[in-house]
Design a protein around this ligand. Structure first.
Ligand code: NAG
Ligand code: NAG
Ligand code: NAG
Ligand code: NAG
Ligand code: NAG
Ligand code: NAG
Ligand code: NAG
Length: 477
């Protein structure tokens, strides 16, 4: 049997490396009667802080470090290991039937090339990956039937594992595994969750290989950007305008986000973050305080839930013809949105591939921070579109899929062969740049009407967050 298999691989040559092959997978069969090490290839963690993974001869223990959830992944055919304390769920592996509620989980599965195991996915109209769209169209993957509770439960039970996020719909089924890549404090930490997902499919080799490449390529871009842009670091602000809705008690607000991974990314791209207070985010109850803070920014990345036209966005931000000269990002047309790639249903590619491929995300950030950096190579941002310059959204469809079985490819360029162009300060409007200033720019919010986040995070906000989370938006708050 084994002999025939290897002969046919030899005949097929490189074609045999489609994802349907077992290349990069281990212990693909259930255990008969052996207790030798089933997992000679192990994953060890370098950046991720949200989970731990340990190996035993016929099982693995996967822990969510902050919530004491413990998943015991045991080789099918072997007995459930006894003596592990506080087990949240026992999952037989390798998983052959998986469900996922978030588009982020779905993309990790595709990055591992095990999408043939995916049976049910949530929020399918938001899925951007063309090959997952194709599998849904072909009915190889069924959407979770959100309109029918009984049916959803049946779908969930029919899978060996269902990936979900804390607080998500049905996050407490017996076969749920909670995944929280979005809580990691670095872009590489988020990508390293490929090892979390890989453990369920005995896909350690694929996960390690993929992550090592992302890591090396990321570090190469980071090194080059640090060297080239040491003296010119534009200030980046991640902003949101939320109009009054039932979800925020009909009170509009303005927000500057300070998620840790963004800080990391911006710094690694040779730029600086507009640091409000060091809190995760700062919300303002009037555009006044918000605009005061934005006086310090060179680049604005708008994450408003609603995709406003540029002129409407400026109006909502409070920018008028008389005050606009205070803002260099207006004068230089440096207003971006991370929504360039979308599904027909308006889902954002931003919650998919950039989470897995931190190197491609950094490449995008370098180009946003330093637009001339990779001009000769012809690189333009994959996920960011320049709203001020009227760049349009790209809608991705199932027909854009080339191979439904292949591991999703890293869209980043090979950094080794890319020479970053020097910054040219006269090309652009950089404010307040001190030579070699690597620190964040600190804006003191006590100067304005900042909403006390603790006091105002009432039911309305919680409700908005829950909805945003369902849409996979949690990552960006
Ligand atoms: C672990 O799971 C809990 C929910 O049980 C969640 O609140 C927490 O954020 C998760 N933490 C990590 C690091 O995954
Ligand atoms: C299991 O849970 C109990 C009660 O919460 C706790 O006292 C104990 O330390 C936990 N054991 C481990 C290994 O985490
Ligand atoms: C809901 O799902 C159950 C189980 O699949 C099915 O029996 C029932 O007919 C469904 N209800 C509706 C209204 O479709
Ligand atoms: C932001 O600024 C505050 C105040 O200076 C500082 O304590 C904090 O460390 C800064 N945050 C980061 C991530 O640098
Ligand atoms: C904003 O908040 C401040 C301080 O909490 C308060 O004094 C002010 O009236 C609020 N402004 C608006 C427009 O709600
Ligand atoms: C900035 O740092 C680099 C490398 O550390 C150094 O060569 C350069 O002279 C510094 N520039 C200034 C203006 O201090
Ligand atoms: C914010 O509000 C909470 C709850 O009302 C309060 O305990 C806290 O002291 C306030 N923080 C600030 C900085 O005013």
């Amino acid at each position: 049997m084994k002999f025939t298999l290897s002969v046919s691989y030899a005949l097929l040559g490189t074609l045999a490396l489609a994802a349907s092959s077992t290349d990069g997978l281990q212990s693909t069969e259930c255990l008969a009667n052996s207790d030798q090490d089933q997992y000679p290839t192990k994953s060890t963690l370098k950046y991720a802080r949200g989970f731990t993974l340990s190996y035993h001869s016929t099982y693995k223990i996967l822990k969510n470090t902050s919530a004491q959830s413990t998943y015991v992944l045991y080789q099918c055919g072997s007995a459930k290991p006894a003596g592990v304390e506080n087990v949240t769920a026992y999952i037989p592996i390798p998983v052959k039937k998986a469900g996922a509620w978030s588009t982020t989980a779905a993309i990790f599965i595709e990055a591992l090339g095990v999408q043939d195991t995916a049976r049910n996915l949530g929020t399918v109209s938001s899925i951007v990956s063309p090959c997952l769209q194709r599998l849904i169209e072909d009915k190889a993957i069924q959407p979770f039937d959100a309109g029918n509770r009984t049916h959803v439960s049946e779908q969930e039970d029919s899978n060996t594992v269902v990936f979900n996020m804390p607080g998500g719909q049905d996050a407490n089924t017996a076969n749920t595994a909670l995944a929280t890549a979005y809580l990691e404090t670095s872009a590489l930490g988020r990508s390293e969750w490929v090892k979390f997902y890989g453990a369920f499919f005995n896909a350690e080799e694929r996960a390690n290989r993929l992550f090592d490449q992302v890591d090396q390529n990321y570090q190469c871009f980071e090194g080059k950007a640090q060297k080239q842009y040491n003296d010119i670091r534009p200030v980046v602000a991640w902003t949101t305008y939320a109009p009054p809705t039932q979800f925020n008690g009909n009170k509009e607000y303005w927000k500057i986000s300070f998620a840790d991974y963004k800080y990391d990314l911006v710094r690694d791209a040779g730029a600086r973050m507009l640091n409000t207070t060091g809190r995760q985010s700062t919300r303002f109850n009037s555009s006044q305080g918000f605009l005061d803070a934005l006086e310090e920014a060179d680049i604005v990345i708008d994450e408003s839930f609603e995709p406003f036209e540029y002129q409407d966005l400026l109006k909502h931000y409070g920018v008028t013809s008389s005050n606009k000269k205070r803002f260099s990002w207006v004068a230089a047309n440096r207003v971006y949105r991370p929504d360039k790639i979308q599904s027909t249903g308006g889902g954002l590619g931003w919650f998919e591939a950039p989470v897995v491929f931190a190197d491609a995300l950094l490449q995008d950030m370098v180009i946003v921070a330093h637009p001339a950096s990779m001009k000769e190579e012809g690189y333009t941002p994959i996920w960011f579109r320049n709203l001020a310059l009227g760049e349009k959204v790209d809608v991705v469809k199932a027909k854009d899929c080339k191979d439904t079985e292949a591991q999703k490819k890293d869209p980043a360029g090979q950094c080794k062969g890319i020479k970053l162009n020097p910054a040219n300060p006269s090309d652009s409007m950089y404010t307040d740049v001190e030579p070699n200033q690597t620190q964040d720019l600190v804006y003191d919010p006590s100067k304005s009407e900042v909403i006390n986040d603790t006091a105002t995070s009432g039911a309305g906000i919680a409700k908005y967050s829950a909805i945003a989370m369902l849409l996979g938006l949690a990552a960006h708050m």
